[in-house]
Design a protein. Structure first.
Length: 277
């Protein structure tokens, strides 16, 4: 005799759904508002991610290196909000060096890399959202592409199945899911281009790159947790695990988006990302 869904499983699903909706409403509301509300969202999220990274890599979030990690990210976010992105990146680099010194001999490289992992995408999101023009659209591009890729990859993988993408790291991910996700993300990019009156081919290609980066970020975080035998980065989000678990794709996509934007037009990064100049 088979067993059906238990009361506990329905409770877990409901908890996951409610917490996911609440988190999404808060995040997209502050993205829409921009300004210091969005800066606080990124800053608080970055500090909590710094703590989660320390828990995974060193097994503790209460050491001096964790404090330096979090402070470097918070200061970098503040500098980016005041229009000093280069200084922000320098602070991230300095924080990484200090963490390296503090953790010498104890997961030194990963502890140091964690400052970049959290700090650079945080700075990139602030720079894009607070850009002189098109800041909201640029951040929405990143978020909508990542969300579309994640959703389509899940649905494609479940419905099509087939060869595994990287079973040693993430046993449930398939090539069908990867291609479904990246393809859907590319279409989303073209759709945003049509909505904005921006070059559709340009945004489709940008979205393609962001989608691939997003999937790579997901795999990288899975590999990190598997290496340390950790299921979730924390229990901060009921039913979902930690913040790092939910934004692994955003971390990679935002980093790439920020790099593209700053290289194309440092003065107007959001417009550069969307319109190519």
């Amino acid at each position: 005799m088979g067993t059906g869904p238990t009361k506990g499983s329905f409770h877990d699903l409901g908890l996951r759904l409610v917490s996911g909706i609440v988190l999404a409403v808060i995040a997209f509301g502050l993205i829409w508002l921009g300004g210091w509300g969005f800066t606080m969202l990124v800053g608080v999220g970055g500090v909590l991610m710094s703590w989660e990274w320390s828990r995974i890599v060193r097994g503790t979030g209460r050491d001096t290196a964790c404090v330096v990690h979090a402070l470097a990210v918070a200061i970098a976010v503040g500098l980016a909000a005041f229009g000093q992105p280069l200084l922000a990146v320098i602070v991230v680099a300095m924080g990484s060096v200090i963490v390296m010194a503090l953790t010498f001999g104890t997961q030194t490289v990963l502890s140091s890399l964690g400052v970049f992992y959290v700090g650079i995408p945080a700075v990139a999101l602030i720079v894009l959202r607070l850009a002189p023009s098109h800041g909201l659209a640029a951040v929405l591009l990143v978020m909508l592409v990542v969300w579309t890729v994640d959703t389509a990859a899940f649905m494609g993988g479940r419905s099509i199945g087939g060869p595994k993408l990287w079973p040693a790291v993430s046993p449930n991910k398939t090539w069908a899911g990867f291609l479904s996700g990246v393809g859907a993300g590319t279409v989303m990019g073209a759709g945003i281009g049509w909505w904005l009156g921006a070059p559709r081919l340009n945004l489709a290609l940008v979205a393609l790159a962001l989608g691939i980066a997003s999937q790579g970020g997901d795999l990288a975080e899975s590999a990190l947790k598997r290496a340390f035998g950790v299921k979730d980065s924390s229990g901060l989000i009921p039913g979902h695990g930690g913040i790092l678990d939910r934004v692994d794709g955003v971390v990679a996509a935002a980093t790439l988006a920020g790099m593209i934007a700053m290289v194309v037009n440092f003065a107007e990064p959001a417009r550069a990302l969307l319109f190519g100049g």
